[in-house]
Ligand binder design. Structure first.
Ligand code: PLI
Length: 461
């Protein structure tokens, strides 16, 4: 048997457990109605298996827990900041580090510094908070991801790639001086956790060098992206995740990161870059919005746990088990004929709600309705990634009606077992058998920004 064909197993054993609460269907019907059919508004104690997000939900290792005791809670110059800076330089290559309370804190700082009113910011698909900060800074987001990314059924392995024709078209239309940077996300969340290839990044770098456009990485899930490159891109099969990550970052000008995902901590993020002038401005913004630039809204202990989490996240054995578990769930669902986004991405399995609920139109929010129904069926909490997440166009005020209308079953890192994945698969399959009973939803309350977090709904009559 080759190494590839052997089963993976978690490269850790369990030292402490957290008990789960089982609820009845009646309890869950009541809870989802009280939550306005929005899984974000459920109380976590009413949830059995929580696949809402992989953000801040990972299990820390014993080394990370021990690191919490090494917190240097000095207001200025904490030893933990310097440890983190060293690790970021070693793994992500960037010289300048500005810690932030989480990813959107870094996005706020970077968008305000780099975007001028009337600028265009291309990206390999939008992410909710990223695009909002670009818009609040006066920019206009332009989607330059390859077309395959918008097609749930396409088997293209690099759905996170940038389409160079779309980049060229944008430059021709608006001029390179109106494009401060391209926002390049690893394992593109809204496309289904889909990676870009190193070949695509190389091509993008040549293009951006020519037009003097910066490449700013959203490195939130770039370790996972690096694992896909190792597994699927020719020439990288013998390189480690760490080496690939290094090569990737070295081709870019800086990054924002939510450390709550790949980096295995419950809170934290950072902005990093190589340009000392940009870093000085970012430090000045940091002190206004996050905290002094050597803690950025974090406790010293959080920075220490992050420094260790970054090292663990780039271990090949970790990524093999992490992505192995996600794909185990995907295979089970696919075998049962459930409509999914393929190929499977890094952090989640995405149900194709348009195909799951063909009797609903997109203005009846099929993905939102499906996530609510899955919770009632099984106590499994998932998240809508469709029309509600996409929000309204700031000019027309109409729902954006994105091509992808998805429910995300997001797997926290190092938290659930294979048996949990079996239960999740059985729950989705049971719901699929009675899918025609699921009704669409309409708004009761719609907040102005990032509406998916706080909106409430009721079933359509
Ligand atoms: O949730 P934050 O503020 O730490 O990070 C924002 C953020 C930025 N980029 C990407 C690609 C994300 O996925 C992201 C947050 N994602 C969440 C919360 C999620 O559930 O996917």
């Amino acid at each position: 048997m080759t190494e590839q064909k052997r089963s993976w197993a978690e490269p850790y054993k369990i030292k402490m457990v957290e008990l789960l609460k089982m609820t009845s269907k009646e309890d869950r019907q009541k809870a989802i109605a009280e939550a306005g059919y929005n899984t974000f508004l459920l109380k976590s104690e009413d949830v059995y298996i929580d696949l809402l997000t992989d953000s801040g939900t990972s299990a820390m290792s014993d080394r990370q827990w021990a690191a919490l005791m090494m917190g240097d809670e000095a207001y200025a110059g904490s030893a933990n900041f310097y440890n983190l800076e060293k690790v970021v330089r070693e793994y992500y290559t960037y010289k300048e580090l500005i810690p932030t309370h989480q990813g959107r804190g870094a996005e706020h700082i970077m968008s305000r510094l780099l975007i001028k009113e009337g600028d265009y910011v291309p990206g390999n698909m939008y992410f909710t908070t990223t695009r909002l900060h670009q818009e609040l800074a006066g920019g206009k987001f332009v989607d330059v991801i390859v077309d395959e990314a918008h097609d749930a059924g396409s088997e293209y392995p690099w759905k996170g790639n940038v389409c160079m024709k779309k980049m060229q078209k944008l430059v021709d239309e608006v001029g390179a001086d109106k494009i401060p940077y391209i926002s390049l996300e690893g394992c593109v969340n809204m496309a289904g956790g889909q990676p870009f290839s190193m070949a695509n990044l190389r091509e993008l770098k040549a293009f951006c060098d020519k037009y003097k456009i910066m490449i700013m990485l959203d490195a939130t899930r770039c370790c996972e992206n690096s694992y896909f490159i190792q597994q699927n891109e020719k020439g990288y099969e013998n390189k480690s995740v760490k080496e690939i990550l290094h090569e990737m970052c070295a081709m870019t000008d800086g990054c924002t990161i939510s450390a709550k995902k790949d980096s295995l901590v419950n809170i934290g993020g950072f902005f990093a870059c190589n340009d000392p002038d940009l870093a000085a401005k970012a430090r000045n913004m940091c002190v206004m919005y996050e905290g002094l630039h050597t803690y950025g809204g974090l406790a010293g202990r959080d920075m220490e746990a992050m420094a260790i989490g970054i090292q663990e996240s780039a271990m090949d054995s970790h990524q093999k088990a992490r992505i192995g578990q996600v794909h185990y769930l995907g295979e089970k669902l696919l075998k049962a004929g459930i409509p999914l986004v393929t190929p499977f991405g890094g952090h989640a399995i995405f149900l194709d709600a348009k195909k799951f609920l063909p009797h609903l139109n997109q203005e009846e929010f099929p993905a939102q309705a499906l996530a609510a129904a899955l919770y009632v069926e099984s106590g499994v909490r998932a998240m809508e990634r469709g029309n509600i997440s996409a929000g309204r166009d700031p000019e027309t005020k109409k729902n954006r009606n994105p091509k992808l209308e998805l429910v995300r079953l997001t797997i926290p890192r190092r938290v659930y077992t294979q048996a949990h994945m079996d239960v999740v698969a059985e729950s989705v399959i049971a719901l699929y058998e009675k899918r025609s009973q699921i009704k669409g939803l309409e708004f009761v309350y719609e907040p102005e920004h990032l509406r998916f977090f706080q909106a409430t709904f009721k079933p359509k009559a």
